[in-house]
Design a protein around this ligand. Structure first.
Ligand code: SAM
Length: 354
């Protein structure tokens, strides 16, 4: 049998990349079909959440270090040609990036992209809700870890709870849907509010999602004593009534969704996102573009592809598509954050895009 030379191996790899590019279906080595791109528009944020923004890393990316809107539209357009169907804008705080509304308007015009979502801390929602609606955004995730004004300031560093809450009420009244409230549960910090958050779903058309705290980036708060499992949260909120599971579609994401059995069916639901206790890597359909223009196939693995350099050194559309496909082919089978040495995730949430 003749042995394959490195040239033959490279040719074969290029051929299989070519066929992947042509099929318009992105599938990784573990048969996961990748259809969801999360884009960190900026690493800047107008809050300083104590578990998310490391105090010592105050250095922010300069404007030129971020991918420009033109570059983003090009990459996302090519990703859509390859089979990406859903895009989430995140950060940092995506709404602090200049001219974000006109960017969203242009994004919404991309043929083949019919699902654009936004994750925000809600600080600028009240003032930007009308423009966001007009630009085509309907689906919002709003991060909120407390319903108490003073505690909000302690967690985020800014005394602005009332404005965030006014924004939430406004988008609910305007008909944005779904509106998901992301609450990271932290023992000893906000776990006395689990029931209050769950109760919101009885009176508001919101999905309250309890997120397990992940040991990522700075992680100064990480420790067994802070982490609360979804099972424990579920148990604690069940004093409000029996929870019944709602079936979801794969594109809806990894949350397990429930409704209180006796609740008004027109009202909200609760969700559990359990990256630690119920690793959902086998269903992960995500690819990420960091605010530094790097492609990342796993939130919890620092393995990245430097797409910005490919673009800025004159890379063709095919080169960009190759980088997208190659990153997906390198997607790890599962995260290793719980390994003894903490796995290989040392990135900063605001740059990766939470
Ligand atoms: N600024 C936007 C916001 O606040 O929604 C988007 C970026 S923020 C990094 C996205 C989400 O990541 C927030 O809901 C935040 O609570 C969550 N997050 C940050 N660090 C986390 C951690 N260590 N574990 C779990 N969730 C985290």
């Amino acid at each position: 049998m003749t042995k394959n030379t490195p040239e033959i191996v490279q040719k074969q790899q290029e051929k299989s990349l070519d066929s992947l590019i042509e099929t318009g279906q992105l599938t990784d080595l573990f048969s996961r079909s990748i259809s969801y791109l999360r884009v960190s528009l900026t690493d800047q944020c107008n809050l300083r959440c104590l578990y998310c923004t490391p105090k010592e890393i105050e250095e922010k990316l300069s404007c030129g270090e971020l991918l420009s809107y033109e570059e983003l539209l090009r990459v996302i357009g090519l990703a859509v040609e390859l089979g990406i169907r859903k895009v989430r804008l995140t950060g940092g705080e995506p709404l602090v990036r200049k001219n974000v509304i006109s960017f969203i308007r242009r994004l919404a015009e991309l043929p083949g992209l019919d699902d654009i979502r936004l994750t925000t801390n809600g600080v600028m929602l009240e003032s930007m809700a009308d423009d966001l609606f007009k630009a085509g955004i309907r689906k919002l995730n709003i991060s909120l870890d407390t319903l108490k004004k003073e505690r909000y300031q302690q967690i985020t560093g800014v005394d602005i709870f009332n404005r965030v809450w006014a924004g939430i009420e406004k988008v609910e009244a305007m008909g944005f849907s779904p509106i998901k409230i992301n609450m990271v549960a932290l023992r000893g910090i906000n776990d006395d509010e689990l029931v209050d958050f769950a109760r919101l779903t009885l009176t508001h058309n919101l999905q309250v999602r309890f997120i397990e705290f992940m040991p990522i980036g700075d992680g100064t708060l990480w420790g067994k004593e802070r982490y609360i499992s979804s099972e424990e949260i579920k148990e604690r909120i069940s004093i409000l009534g029996e929870l019944e599971e709602i079936k979801t579609f794969r594109m809806d994401g990894p949350a397990r969704i429930y409704r209180f059995r006796d609740g008004d069916t027109l009202r909200g639901s609760v969700g559990f996102i359990s990256p630690i206790s119920h690793k959902f890597c086998d269903q992960c359909n995500r690819l990420r573009l960091t605010s530094e223009g790097r492609l990342r196939s796993c939130l919890l693995s620092d393995q990245e592809t430097d797409l910005k350099t490919i673009i800025r050194s004159g890379g063709s559309d095919k080169d960009v598509k190759m980088a997208l496909v190659q990153t997906i082919l390198n997607k790890p089978k599962g995260h290793t954050i719980l390994d003894k040495d903490g796995g290989n995730c040392h990135g900063q949430m605001s740059r990766i895009g939470g």
